[in-house]
Design a protein around this ligand. Structure first.
Ligand SMILES: NC(=O)c1ccc[n+]([C@@H]2O[C@H](COP(=O)([O-])OP(=O)(O)OC[C@H]3O[C@@H](n4cnc5c(N)ncnc54)[C@H](O)[C@@H]3O)[C@@H](O)[C@H]2O)c1
Ligand SMILES: [Zn+2]
Ligand SMILES: [Zn+2]
Length: 369
């Protein structure tokens, strides 16, 4: 098969790799029909996650078709279309039993494209298939469910739910990349009175309005704290969601929050971040952080199925799976290309067998089977 292989900082190529095979009886082999690239893949390529070994296939988000199952897999069958999430669950450890799949200590958690070979490939080995993949409801296309593999549950769980967004709240979302936009989309499920998007890039702020923000602040040329105070009668936002991952934006969240408010940190921080307890201690501010568990995936899937949630506007660019290198170029130059999520597509299945993605240059979106 072909796959996108990480060869150390700055180095990645679409090249031949051994076909994956069943190792544990709880594994399934999935043919990847649709995949995508995450900002975290770019962090890996920058060398920010040195624990990723050169030779690893990248990618942790995909929709595919089961082509083989291990002897211990009982709820998934060959031919099933499944969403493969960024988080796997062993289903047996104490954390999985509490629904904290991101913390799985039985070999799951975030493993794809990190600890084991990932999903930017023609085929992938999927451990703990019974407890980790989600069957795609009939009638839904790959692109409708693909973003459930990471950005939607991440923004919803680590941002909206941890921040306890309630009806009537003023929610400030700092960072309007895919995660911040997904936080806007899913915060609306809780009917806040106002969503304020804050970013340095005007193009991203325009997107924020399209995704449902009520107003925007460019903190490069406006005083975001003063503006939020003005909007809220001098109190501050009820909830602030940090969706960037740098010290400045975390501090901004702690400055624009009201007394008793909630700061939900979603961003992955690579540097030490100051926590001004000398100012915060008396204000009863709750601060949360964490890795996504993907425990809300079934819930979000129901909303997509019923037409109440439509994540397809995230898909700004489409490529054939064989063009994954080009897709990386487009995705990593988001400031110029305005990419949000790039969709990587294998060819539609014909007679139960997919054509090789390198046979084609450009293909139309996959239709639901
Ligand atoms: N906690 C989790 O489980 C989890 C999962 C996935 C991603 N993440 C993290 O979420 C964060 C956001 O991801 P993304 O894919 O949307 O990233 P992104 O880089 O695409 O978007 C970040 C946005 O922040 C804006 N920005 C940068 N500096 C800013 C500043 N000083 N003030 C205001 N805005 C600023 C950028 O213009 C951009 O629009 C990343 O740190 C990512 O690693 C966390
Ligand atoms: Zn990701
Ligand atoms: Zn577990």
């Amino acid at each position: 098969m072909k796959a996108l292989i990480y060869h150390g900082p700055g180095e990645r190529t679409w090249e031949s790799a051994p076909d994956p095979s069943i190792i544990d009886p709880t594994d399934a082999i999935v043919r990847i029909d649709t995949s995508t690239i995450c900002g975290t893949d770019l962090h890996i390529l920058k060398g920010d996650l040195p624990e990723v070994k050169p030779g690893t296939i990248l990618g942790h988000e995909a929709v595919g078709t089961v082509v083989e199952i291990g002897a211990g897999v009982t709820t998934i069958a060959v031919g099933d279309r499944v969403l493969v999430s960024c988080i796997s669950s062993c289903g047996r450890c104490r954390f999985c039993k509490e629904g904290k799949y991101g913390l799985c200590s039985g070999g799951g958690g975030w493993i794809f494209g990190y600890m084991i070979d990932g999903l930017q490939a023609e085929y992938a080995r999927v451990p703990f298939a019974d407890t980790s993949v989600y069957k795609v409801p009939e009638g839904l296309g790959d692109e409708q469910v693909l973003f459930l593999a990471d950005i939607l549950p991440t923004a919803y769980e680590v941002g909206v739910l941890s921040g306890r967004v309630e009806p009537g709240d003023t929610v400030a979302i700092v960072g309007a990349g895919p995660i911040g936009l997904a936080a806007i989309m899913t915060a609306k499920l809780h009917t806040p009175s106002r969503i304020v998007a804050i970013d340095l890039a005007d193009a991203r702020l325009e997107k924020a309005l399209e995704f449902g923000a009520d107003l925007t602040i460019n903190n490069g040329n406006e005083d975001a704290v003063a503006k939020v105070m003005e909007l809220t009668g001098g109190l501050g936002a009820d909830v602030a969601i940090e969706a960037v991952g740098v010290p400045d934006t975390f501090e901004l969240c702690t400055e624009l929050i009201r007394p008793g408010g909630r700061v939900a940190n979603v961003g992955v921080h690579g540097k030490c971040v100051a926590l001004h307890r000398e100012k915060l201690w008396i204000r009863d501010v709750t601060i949360t952080m964490g890795l996504v568990d993907a425990r809300t995936t079934p819930q979000l899937l129901k909303l997509i199925e019923s037409g109440r949630l439509d994540p397809t506007p995230f898909a700004t660019h489409h490529f054939a799976l064989g063009e994954t290198e080009k897709a990386y170029d487009t995705f990593s130059a988001a400031a110029e290309t305005h990419a949000l999520k790039v969709v990587l597509q294998a060819v539609p299945v014909e007679n139960g067998k997919a054509h090789r993605s390198d046979e084609l240059t450009r293909i139309p979106p996959l239709l639901p089977a």
